[in-house]
Design a protein around this ligand. Structure first.
Ligand SMILES: Nc1nc2c(ncn2[C@@H]2O[C@H](COP(=O)(O)OP(=O)(O)OP(=O)(O)O)[C@@H](O)[C@H]2O)c(=O)[nH]1
Ligand SMILES: [Mg+2]
Length: 292
């Protein structure tokens, strides 16, 4: 450990410096947890009970814990409306250009029904940051003061929540943000350092984020093209059937230049052209929509 700690990153930071990004739903306790890590006496992040998002811009602040420099990045809550998600994502993107991340803390509030939104946040991380990000994610439960019994018992009652924890390589830790208790911070740091060692001090960078975004765009294009192609195929089939039926009627009336079989071939060819055009249009429209 000592040897590794003498190394430095390209950014000039020492490996002992830890960059932590707090992610989670609006109101889950991200800012309060940031303040607990940084010491309650300072409270650099605004935290409050509010029906609306309290944090509207991402901020970072530093402290020293057990000889390590801890850089905490507080983010805008990932709410369930697409407008708010887009705003939060733009803010988070900006922070990633400034700081690479050692550990993401996925902040989840204990003591209330585990919401669909919390579950969506993990999917959002996987989709937008890539599954690589979950390798350096640790779940941080807040409102530990409201917990009766153990967290394990709590987790056993909710399969979805258990599965969220299982998807994050760092496991979980519990905070009581209403108590000035440095032991819970030291314990968190132990888990964080264990996870970093497991990841060989690899950091999540803005390039990892861009790669994940490219993959997401690619997946959306493939799905869009498949849907458009299927649509074109259906239209082509209908055209073929109509042309074949018309040819059959005309043949019956003795006026047909084409047989029903020839008409079907022409219809099928037309359908294939339509399907190809639909695939092309789908890919083009999707790439326009997701490329900024
Ligand atoms: N009792 C108790 N309250 C907590 C705890 N953690 C956070 N809170 C309270 O929960 C409320 C929301 O906390 P915030 O830290 O503002 O939540 P946030 O995730 O930053 O919210 P946004 O910035 O709106 O996304 C505040 O009133 C906090 O004081 C905790 O461990 N115990
Ligand atoms: Mg906040």
């Amino acid at each position: 450990m000592e040897g590794i700690y003498t190394k430095t990153f390209a950014s000039g930071q020492s490996v002992s410096d830890v960059n932590i990004m707090l992610l989670g739903s609006t109101g889950s306790g991200k800012s309060a947890s940031g303040n607990t890590i940084l010491s309650r006496a300072r409270n650099p992040f605004e935290d409050d009970l509010s029906p609306e998002a309290v944090t509207t811009i991402c901020q970072s602040a530093q402290t020293e814990v057990d000889g390590q420099t801890i850089n905490v990045i507080d983010t805008v809550g990932l709410s369930d409306t697409s407008v708010k998600i887009t705003h939060a994502q733009t803010q988070i993107e900006k922070m990633l250009t400034l700081h690479s991340v050692d550990v993401f803390l996925l902040v989840i509030k204990l003591g209330e029904t585990f919401t669909k939104n919390d579950s969506k946040v993990v999917k959002w991380i996987r989709d937008n940051f890539g599954s690589k990000a979950l390798k350096c994610t640790l779940v941080l439960f807040t409102h530990g003061d409201q917990l009766h019994g153990t967290v394990e018992r709590y987790l056993n009652k909710c399969e979805t929540l258990r599965s969220v924890v299982d998807q994050c390589s760092g496991g979980f830790h519990v905070f009581n943000n209403k108590k000035e208790d440095r032991f819970q911070v030291s314990e968190l740091l132990k888990y964080i350092n264990k996870l970093r060692m497991q990841n060989r001090y690899w950091r999540y960078t803005v390039q990892d984020y861009m790669n994940a975004q490219d993959e997401l765009l690619h997946r959306k294009c493939v799905i869009g093209a498949a849907v458009a192609g299927a649509g074109g195929g259906v239209i082509g089939g209908i055209v073929a059937a109509v042309v074949a039926a018309a040819a059959a009627i005309a043949a019956k009336m003795g006026a047909a230049a084409l047989t029903a079989g020839q008409a079907a071939i022409i219809g099928a060819a037309g359908g294939a052209v339509l399907a190809a055009a639909a695939v092309g249009a789908g890919v083009y429209l999707l790439s326009r929509k997701y490329t900024h």
